[in-house]
Write a protein that binds this ligand. Sequence first.
Ligand SMILES: *Cc1c(COP(=O)(O)O)cnc(C)c1O
Length: 465
Amino acid sequence: MDADHNAMTNPADRNTALAARDLKHIWHPCTQMHDHAMTSKGGVPMLPIVRGEGAWLIDAEGRRYLDGISSWWTNLFGHANPRIAAALAEQARTLEHVIFAGFTHPPAIELAEELVRITPPGLDKVFFADNGSAAIEVALKMSFHYWLNQGHGEKTRFIALTGSYHGETLGALSVSDVALYRKTYAPLLLTPILAPSPDAYEGKPGEPPAQVAARRVAELRALLECHAHETCAVIVEPLVQCAGGMRMYHPDYLAGLRKLCDEFAVHFIADEIAVGFGRTGTMFACEQARVSPDFMCLSKGLTGGTLPLSAVLTTQHVYEAFYAEYSAGKAFLHSHSYTGNPLACSAALATLAIFRDEPVLERNRALAAHLSRRLEPLRDHPHVAEVRQTGMIAAVELVADKATRCPFPAEDRRGLRVYLHGLRHEALLRPLGNVIYFMPPYVVNEAEIDHLVAAATSGIEQAVV
Ligand SMILES: *Cc1c(COP(=O)(O)O)cnc(C)c1O
C-alpha cells in the first residue's frame, strides 16, 4: 500500500478507499462481483486486511475479525506467525527459487524426508506441486500413467463420491460433485463414476454412521464389479467432505475402501488437502482407519497457511512403474515452474517443526472439546437439523423444518446473512450454503471460541426469521 495515499485518506474512510481501488481492477475468486456493489439495499463489503495477528485479521480502519475459517482452511498457527516468518526471511536471503529439474535444494530434501516420516507407512515418494488442485491433477495423471505403464491403457476413468470437492482446475473439477462449481463447466469435463457418499447426514433416520459406511462400502463393491476394469482410482476426502458442506463419515468406510481397492486392483487416492495436518484430531485423517492410500494429496495447512505448496505422496511400487531406461518412454510428465519452491518448503518445515516441538494435537483435543460443549445448546434450536464435529471442524446444519430436514432454498442466501452478521461482530464466518461451520486456527483460545460461537448463534437467530 502507498503510505502517502494512506496518510492522505481520512482514517475512517480507509476501508472504502482501498475497496474502491480494489474493485476497479481486481476480479476475486468464488465471487459474484456484483455482490460488492454497495447500494441503499446493502451489499457485501470488500474488506481490506492490512495485518494479521494470531487468530485475528485487522482491517485498514483497525477493526478486528476472528478468523473462524482459518482463511479458507489454510492457517494453522496464526497469522504472521513469528517462527514461520523468521524461517521465510532467512530462506529469502539464502535461496528464493531454483529450477527443480536437474537441481534440488536442502529445504525440499528435508521436507520430503519429514513428510515421509509423518505420513502413513508405505508413502515413500514425494512429488511437489504448488496448490491443491495441481496436486489432484498430479495424482490423477500419475494413477492413469501407472496403469498405462503396466499395460492397462484401458483404465481411463475415476470413481468419486457424491458431494465431493477436489478443486477447480478441469481435472480436479471433473472428480468433484458440488453443483455450484461443476454444473456450468460440465461440458468441458471428464465424466467420473459417482459412488454414493458415506455422509452420515444422508443416512436413513436413526442409522448409525458405521452402518451408513458399511452400506456405502457394499454399494462401492457393486460399482467396482461393473467398472474396475476401466477404473484407475477411487478418490475421496477422508472423513470430512469439506466444500460439500462439512459432511462427515465413519472411518470404517476408508478401511472398506482400502480392501476393495486391493481386491479390484484400483488405486486409492486420499485427498487430505483440507483434512491433513491435525484438522480431524489425528495428524492425517487416514490414520483413524489405519489405512495407507496409494496416493495422498497435501496442501493448505502444509505451509501453515503462509505460501502455496502441495505434495503428492505415493509408494515405491508406483514409482517403480515409471523407472526405466529413457528410451522406454515411461517417465512421468508434469511440471510447474515453481515446483518445490524453497521459500514455500521452508515455511512448511517451520510448520512441521511446531508440530514436533509443541503438543499441538493434545491442545487441539481440549479446544475441540470446548467447542463441542459450546455448540451443544444449538442442537435444540428449531432450525438446526444437526450439529456435527470431527476434531477441529464443527458444523451446524440449518434447515427450514427440523422434523423433515427440509432445507432452506439456496436462493434465500441465509448463510450470507450469518456472514454479514459475523463481520459486524468481529468474526469471520463463511457459511457453505446453509451450513455454518467452524474451522479455526489451532492458536485460538477458549475465550475466542466462545466469541465465535456467540457471533454464530446470534447470526443464526437473524438468519432463520
Ligand atoms: C481446497 C481443496 C482443494 C483444492 O486446493 P486449492 O489449493 O484451492 O486448489 C482440493 N481438495 C480439497 C479437499 C480441498 O478442500
